[in-house]
Ligand binder design. Structure first.
Ligand SMILES: CC1=C(O)/C(=C\N=C(/Cc2ccc(O)c(F)c2)C(=O)O)C(COP(=O)(O)O)=CN1
Length: 457
């Protein structure tokens, strides 16, 4: 797989530095063996997240200068609203400062204690807001999504039998909506197919249950539909994105992903009553419903980013850069989640470090090793992220114990991808030396992933 030639040239750069091994050992210790607590300036290649880390375009920066900072009815809001309406197709657009803020508003509107929310695999903030409002999340994704070696084109699909069984068990009136992610982040950025989406829509319509899309990486999902799903190859990514949304009743969006924004998000729905309810809450938690916790300049950057995100050459080179890194790593025999997703290459930490027991958190251990080896920050997507069962208090050990190498958009070059691949391959060749993991020295009660601290065993 060749590294793609990008449809842009670099006009501005930000210096980065490879620290010394001693500096990295000291920094990691001070960060409690949690790479998320490292100062960014001590990270050479930052693959912690693709969220908010994209390079903005010159046209986004130009739009920033046009930001209308009026408190009410900002010109920038109407541009933002038009961009979401045009490309996602929802009538009522409510800005929020980022994705989890939209999840907060939506969950407060739709979820009541005792409700059940089925979805295609959990995501940390999404499930958190569902649970905070008294809901119980139920994973109804196809079984293969939990198998890193199952090389299927649409591992983000819903298992319709699981969904029907939940409806039969709890009753449709106890299910406020089905939460559908496109793509599925925790499965490694796996897409959902149009056919499966249509089946979910048909099943939920029969029971009067809403479908709410998590659209954070829906453009990547549209790209995979175009590449992999029969009958869609001739459609544009922009068309497919609209078709995805047309099969849902609303969406939460983190504009920090597909839309190349450094901050921003939105909640969009079709039902005017739900929109009114959400607008009332957005005033409480985010700001007036025409700015939703964003400055006018951010609204402009998101609007421009949406337009850029659906361009075929843009999304192709984005996904192909990830595939390039995956090709180099998998080519050396390193176990990764297959098929390769849109935003990340996910290392299978249990296969990578078979000597490290699950109780010693292999993925967390591997993120530390990657940083020490080459100053690369990656993201633990395994038991530490999964947290504890709210009822039993026991650690949840998901079948996917992953290290996510998350690629920011338009930020790194082939040279950086090669540094990452070389480091991962080097560690894999030395994997027998990594025989023990880490243990908590500090464990927060919620979303422990961000603030936990560890020590090596
Ligand atoms: C599919 C989806 C997301 O991927 C997502 C965020 N994602 C992040 C940041 C992150 C979030 C939670 C973690 O435990 C984590 F370790 C990383 C990420 O890196 O992937 C949000 C929330 O959107 P907000 O970040 O704009 O609020 C909603 N939906």
């Amino acid at each position: 797989m060749r590294h793609p030639a990008e449809p842009w040239r670099i006009k501005s750069v930000e210096p980065i530095r490879l620290t010394s091994p001693d500096e990295r050992r000291a920094a990691l210790s001070a960060a409690g063996y949690n790479v998320g607590l490292l100062p960014a300036e001590l990270v050479y290649i930052d693959l912690y997240t693709d969220s908010g880390t994209s390079a903005m375009s010159d046209r986004q920066w130009a739009a920033v200068m046009l930001g209308d900072e009026s408190y009410a009815g900002s010109r920038s809001f109407y541009r933002f609203e038009a961009a979401v309406r045009d490309h996602y197709g929802y009538e009522h657009v409510i800005p929020t400062h980022q994705g989890r803020a939209a999840e907060n508003i939506l969950s407060r509107c739709l979820i009541r204690p005792g409700h059940h929310v089925p979805g295609n695999m959990y995501f940390t903030t999404t499930r958190e807001h569902q649970e905070l409002n008294g809901g119980t999340f139920h994973d109804v994704i196809v079984d293969e999504a939990h198998d890193p070696t199952a090389d299927l084109p649409f591992k983000g699909n819903v298992d319709l039998t699981k969904l029907q069984q939940l409806i039969d068990k709890v009753g449709a009136e106890q299910i406020p909506y089905v939460s559908l992610a496109a793509t599925v982040n925790m499965a490694g950025g796996q897409p959902i197919s149009m056919a499966n989406l249509a089946e979910v829509r048909e099943l939920t319509r029969r029971h009067g249950i809403l479908v709410i899309l998590d659209a954070a990486r829906a453009v990547e999902n549209a790209w995979f539909v175009k590449q992999r799903e029969p009958g869609w190859g001739e459609r544009t990514v922009a068309d497919i994105l609209r078709e995805i949304c047309a099969l849902t009743d609303g969406a939460t969006m983190s504009a920090k992903k597909d839309s190349f924004a450094n901050i921003g998000g939105w909640l969009a729905v079709r039902d005017p009553r739900l929109a009114e309810q959400a607008r009332n809450l957005v005033v409480v938690y985010e700001g007036l419903h025409t700015y939703g916790g964003m400055a006018g300049r951010d609204l402009e950057a998101v609007a421009q980013g949406i337009e850029e995100s659906v361009r075929e050459d843009s999304i192709r080179t984005r996904v192909e850069q990830v595939a390039y890194l995956a090709g180099r790593i998998a080519g050396a025999g390193v176990p990764i989640v297959r098929p390769v997703g849109g935003h990340a290459v996910c290392l299978d930490a249990t296969a990578f470090l078979p000597s490290v027991p699950r109780e010693e958190f292999p993925a967390q251990t591997l993120t530390c090793a990657l940083y020490l080896d080459a100053g690369i920050r990656s993201c633990e997507r395994g038991a530490v992220s999964a947290g504890r069962d709210p009822v039993t208090g026991e650690n949840r050990y998901p079948s996917l114990e992953l290290v996510r190498l998350t690629i920011p958009r338009r930020a790194y070059t082939q040279g950086h991808m090669d540094v990452v691949a070389d480091s991962v391959i080097r560690l894999y060749e030395q994997r027998e030396t990594l025989r023990s993991g880490v243990e908590f020295t500090h464990e927060p009660s919620t979303l422990r992933f961000f603030q936990s601290r560890f020590r090596p065993l």
